[in-house]
Ligand binder design. Structure first.
Ligand code: CTP
Length: 420
């Protein structure tokens, strides 16, 4: 029987893990362990600084591969040249990446094995900066990161929280599980392309993208609510893809059990009214809205203060209308590109076309949620995108993450044509 681990898309991949000299180097040990469990081959390169925090032996034991610590050491394991790992890599991850490493990489320096490999590889490169907040926020570090992004590096934004230096703020290395998940999502999305030298698109830099995801809960009493089966997967995939393409992403999420994609600002809401208020607060300076949420059209007129007790006979609920958020956005539209979703069970294109017009949208993504492999809770989707210009584009069944990029291609196209 195939195990869950063996099913990972990282299985069999050669991952070069660069570890630099920050206190978070200890977390890289768990990254190795997780990658190994998923069936990946992990080749660790440690900088001199990293060796002050964790020993080479630890990584050697964990990875079951030789660990490179010195570019000038006699090479016994790899095929001689100092760029052997650069060629072998399917992906390079530098975690933690210190300010010093980022500065060197941004200048194209190659003064140790890690920087040399980074410069020589054609594989996608991910860097996970981890340092004290002041160093992270320093304009020079930020400029270096911008330069790296411009050269196609994927920057995994640091988390906020308590730092080893005693302060609290941005600069913490994300948890190993999140780092591994970034790589899995990358390979899942197909973003790496057939040619490993194809780097991530950065066509949404400087754009603010507002995404809604998940369903809403409309309370009946303190323990019950009216809800729907939306899981939020489509909206979260769009938010993640938009962040990877460089956008400033706000994700307004209903109650769902999904982790926040790296680099995304998340606002949690429960009801349609709360979603309405959160979306309108963010709307004015937004460039594009992708409204993947399944919003309840009605809510119970009364919300009982105490749990409703059963009585003889039937119970009648009176429902009142919730605001149609997207329709309101359409009415208030200025520069924004608006994308809606139409989840239908019949007459899919006809209903979707009606919503496109009624809500003043640029595009609507129509899907038949009666299919098992599309719509709620599935990881895949099969849609037709209708444009306000009358175009209908049918897309085959694909992962929601791949579809997210297709939707964003349309958004980026509209933005570049001056729709915003
Ligand atoms: N939508 C919204 N606010 C609502 C209802 C829907 O913003 N109160 C948005 C959804 O996020 C989606 C689009 O409008 O992007 C279409 O949602 P859908 O539920 O398919 O359509 P409705 O307008 O609710 O129409 P109907 O219930 O008649 O199918």
């Amino acid at each position: 029987m195939e195990t869950a681990e063996a099913a990972s898309n990282l299985s069999g991949k050669h991952i070069v893990l660069g570890v630099t000299g920050g206190i978070a180097a200890y977390k890289a040990v768990e990254v190795v362990s997780r990658l190994k469990k998923l069936g990946a081959h992990v080749h660790v390169i440690m900088t001199r600084g990293a060796q002050n925090f964790v020993t080479e032996l630890t990584f050697r034991e964990m990875s079951d591969e030789p660990v490179i610590t010195d570019m000038w050491a006699k090479v016994t394991h790899y095929h001689v040249e100092h760029i052997a790992l650069a060629k072998l890599a399917d992906v390079v991850l530098v975690a933690p990446a210190t300010a010093n490493f980022l500065a060197k990489a941004a200048c194209g320096m190659a003064d140790d094995m890690l920087t040399t490999t980074v410069l020589a590889t054609k594989a996608p490169i991910f860097v996970a900066p981890a340092m004290n907040t002041a160093m992270y926020e320093n304009a020079m570090t930020q400029e270096n990161l911008e330069r790296l992004r411009a050269h196609g590096f994927h920057v995994i934004e640091p988390a906020s929280g308590q730092l080893a230096c005693g302060t609290s703020g941005s600069g913490r290395l994300p948890e190993p599980v999140e780092l591994v998940s970034v790589l899995e999502q990358f390979f899942d999305s197909g973003a790496q392309g057939a040619d490993a030298s194809v780097r991530q698109k950065r066509d949404l830099v400087g754009r603010k993208v507002l995404v809604t995801a998940g369903g809403t809960h409309e309370p009946l009493d303190p323990v019950r609510y009216l809800g729907n089966r939306s899981t939020g997967k489509m909206g979260f995939a769009v938010a993640e893809a938009a962040a990877q393409r460089g956008a400033d992403v706000v994700l307004v999420a209903g109650p769902v059990g999904l982790a926040t994609p790296v680099g995304v600002r998340r606002v949690d809401v429960l009801t349609a009214q709360e979603m309405h208020d959160a979306v309108l607060r963010e709307y004015a300076d937004t460039d594009a809205v992708i409204k993947a949420a399944a919003v309840a059209d009605y809510r119970p007129k009364e919300r009982a203060g105490q749990k409703i007790k059963k009585k003889d006979g039937s119970l009648f609920l009176e429902l009142v209308r919730n605001p149609d958020i997207l329709k309101e956005l359409g009415e208030k539209k200025q520069q924004q590109v608006l994308v809606g979703f139409a989840a239908e069970t019949e007459r899919v294109l006809e209903y979707a076309a009606g919503k496109l017009k009624k809500k003043n949208l640029d595009f609507i993504v129509a899907n038949d949620v009666s299919r098992k492999d599309a719509g709620f809770s599935a990881d895949t989707n099969c849609v037709t995108i209708l444009g306000r210009d009358g175009t209908h584009t049918e897309h085959p069944l694909m992962s929601k993450r791949a579809l997210a990029d297709i939707i964003l291609d349309r958004v980026a196209g509209a933005l570049s044509q001056g729709r915003a």
